[in-house]
Design a protein around this ligand. Structure first.
Ligand SMILES: O=C(O)[C@H](CS(=O)(=O)O)OP(=O)(O)O
Length: 272
């Protein structure tokens, strides 16, 4: 029996209830996992089961600097061996920017084998010029570049229009995708209100500028957020900050193999 025999057997019998689902390698329907320090064994387990459902693993904030000797390199190689991109959290690059060590940071990332760089300004002010320079330097070095829009600091209001315009500029300057900040909590940040609900007016303003929704990765750590985004944009919406233990559950939501989205599929079928 081939390695993916059970998938083919299931798929001969059962179609995904909800829409089509892009297969890897893919440019849409991406899932980014936030990793706050999983061990090598845990990471291997995660990837053995889920490698077809994970596109990026982000090593949260500056955790990359705190691994025991040899373990970071081992983890990076393991993740890459499963065809998954890996990168340090945006906050870590922000630390390097404040210490005027952008080039050195990128060199170390390349040396260690990271495939991707996230350019963000969640905690620091970042001029347009420096932002562009970091994006282009990372891209020239062969990294896949993700950028992020949105602030982490309580009370710092950035309009949806400003976020969208920044996202458009980043894409023009070479970003592969733009992440909309949602943090690990999903509460009171980016386009989410204090309860984690997407603010409809802000979303509408934001999307008025974005003609290709596949360019956006939505940080959506909470199930209700994942469900709302799948309902709004379909199975192949890009989702980020997914906790490792939730990857299969998110995949089930995407394809309608969970009641919360299966009910959409039934509604379509029954035209109700
Ligand atoms: O990893 C980071 O630096 C943070 C972590 S969290 O999303 O704020 O919890 O995320 P990032 O999206 O990379 O800024």
């Amino acid at each position: 029996m081939s390695e993916d025999a059970h998938i083919n057997i299931w798929r001969e019998v059962i179609a995904y209830p909800l829409g089509e689902r892009a297969a890897k390698p893919r440019n849409k329907g991406l899932t980014m996992v936030i990793d706050k320090g999983m061990g090598i064994g845990e990471t291997r387990d995660l990837l053995q089961i889920n490698n077809q459902h994970i596109d990026f693993i982000k090593l949260g904030f500056g955790t990359s600097m705190l691994y025991a000797a040899g373990t970071l390199e081992e983890k990076i190689q393991l993740v890459r061996s499963y065809g998954v991109d890996i990168y340090p959290g945006g906050t870590f690059l922000e630390v390097a920017i404040t210490q005027n060590k952008i080039r050195e940071f990128l060199d170390v990332c390349q040396f260690l084998g990271f495939t991707t760089i996230e350019v963000s300004d969640g905690t620091i002010p970042l001029s347009r010029e420096v932002r562009e320079k970091v994006i282009s330097s990372a891209a020239e070095m062969g990294f896949r570049v993700l950028t992020e829009v949105g602030k982490k600091i309580d009370g710092s209001e950035v309009t949806a229009q400003t976020l969208a315009q920044m996202a458009l500029r980043d894409i023009k300057n070479g970003a592969y995708k733009v992440i909309v900040e949602g943090r690990e909590s999903g509460l009171n940040v980016g386009l989410y209100d204090t309860k984690g609900k997407m603010i409809d007016d802000d979303l509408q303003v934001f999307m008025n500028y974005i003609d290709d929704p596949s360019k956006i990765i939505w940080e959506a750590p909470l199930k209700a957020q994942q469900q709302d985004l799948i309902t709004l944009f379909g199975s192949d919406v890009n989702l980020g900050n997914i906790p490792a233990q939730e990857v299969l559950a998110v995949e089930a939501l995407r394809v309608g193999l969970r009641a919360d989205t299966f009910k959409l599929a039934i509604a379509n079928l029954l035209e109700i």
